[in-house]
Design a protein around this ligand. Structure first.
Ligand code: SF4
Length: 183
């Protein structure tokens, strides 16, 4: 199958790309992640995705728009649903890109992470597929998470310490810093 694979980052792409290539799918990666903040982190993950694609031997289409304001404005509509919004914009963009460039289906490397909201991603992928008239290729890649971690370490890919948005960065670091503070 000629498949457009949304790539959230290099390390998460390692196992899905290997698994899909092993069964004969023809893959193109697609980087579109306006949820990654701040810009230095965005640039680092984009660079790592490019490095991964070169090592894995796949083409990577990049939409490097850093739409911070649009993302924050959308997420702030209802912060409790920010992940739903975040998955939706990324998967919709991938679906449109796939349809307009005659791919047979689209999928996402987000499906490999046990730390993501897997069933939400699956549901949104299916909704977007229906709306944009192109199949969502669902695979539960989570069984390959440890293998992907191993591969990314072997290839010395940068591994990020938080999910992506500035809210997740706060969740990762703020409590730790607060506990350390003596003020
Ligand atoms: S926590 Fe992750 S999935 Fe949720 S909004 Fe932030 S970047 Fe997106």
């Amino acid at each position: 199958m000629r498949l457009l694979l949304h790539v959230c980052c290099g390390p998460c792409a390692a196992y899905p790309v290997a698994a899909l290539k092993a069964v004969g799918h023809e893959l193109t990666g697609f980087f579109y992640n306006p949820n990654i903040h701040p810009y230095e982190e965005f640039a680092k993950r984009l660079e790592t995705s490019r490095e991964f694609a070169a090592k894995a031997g796949i083409e990577l289409i990049v939409d490097a728009t850093y739409a911070l304001e649009d993302f924050l404005s959308g997420a702030m509509q209802d912060l409790s649903k920010r992940c739903e919004y975040c998955y939706s914009i990324r998967l919709r963009k991938a679906a449109i890109m796939a349809r307009e460039n005659n791919y047979e289906a689209f999928s996402t490397t987000l499906l490999v992470s046990p730390y993501q909201k897997h069933e939400m991603i699956r549901g949104i992928g299916e909704q977007v597929a229906k709306a944009e008239q192109i199949p969502f290729f669902y695979v539960d890649f989570r069984e390959g998470w440890n293998e992907g971690v191993r591969m990314s370490k072997e290839w010395e890919l940068y591994r990020q310490p938080y999910c992506g948005c500035i809210f997740s960065e706060k969740e990762r670091y703020y409590r730790v810093r607060k506990e350390k503070s003596t003020c």
